[in-house]
Design a protein around this ligand. Structure first.
Ligand SMILES: [Zn+2]
Length: 189
């Protein structure tokens, strides 16, 4: 099995550029690494703000792994995990920015997919919690904008509380996603 960090190391500058282009355009980018006769080739695709499809390898090449950009989010989403679970590639990585530095974080194919998918389900339910809380927060903001001055203080209080809970839930989501990682490695670009 190919090690994601070792493979990506050979494409360091290219992946660094992907992160830059992604932050300039506000779109996720994906990069597939394909191999034929020991020769590596890369294929890229451009996605939406929060989603990108992994470009397929040509039929006569082996799909070894992929990297996709994640802005400043340093963990995998449940969709990332589910897509990976359905594939055959050795690794999947996210490329992200943190404190002005660029990193790639890779996971590898688990031996026991069924057990692993239980952890992914946990990630998925944490995401739903964050989404709900985020909607509540959005609602409070709208309330704040439309209400009379007398209620401002109350709504502000609610917004502060929601923001705090949102941060906590984000931490829990990140932890659940980390727990679901299999054989992870991190590479500074
Ligand atoms: Zn992702």
């Amino acid at each position: 099995m190919a090690n994601g960090c070792e493979v990506v190391k050979r494409h360091k500058d290219f992946v660094k550029n992907l992160i830059k282009i992604s932050s300039d355009t506000g779109r996720e980018l994906s990069f597939s690494i394909c191999v034929k006769d020991g020769q590596e080739s890369g294929y890229t695709s451009v996605g939406e703000e929060l989603f990108v499809e992994v470009p397929p390898c040509p039929k006569d090449m082996k799909f070894v792994g992929s990297v996709h950009t994640h802005g400043n989010i340093d963990f995998f989403s449940s969709i990332d995990y589910y897509v990976f679970a359905n594939g055959s590639e050795d690794f999947m990585c996210v490329a992200y920015e943190e404190g002005g530095k660029h990193y790639v974080r890779c996971i590898h194919r688990p031996k026991d997919t069924n057990r692993w998918l239980w952890k992914v389900a946990e990630v998925s339910s944490r995401e739903a919690e964050v989404r709900d809380l985020f909607n509540d927060y959005q609602e409070a903001v709208n309330d704040f904008i439309s209400r009379a001055n007398s209620e401002e203080e109350k709504i502000l209080e609610k917004m502060r509380d929601l923001k705090k809970r949102l941060r906590q839930k984000m931490d829990e989501l990140r932890k659940a996603s980390r727990d679901a990682e299999y054989d992870a490695c991190v590479l500074e670009l």
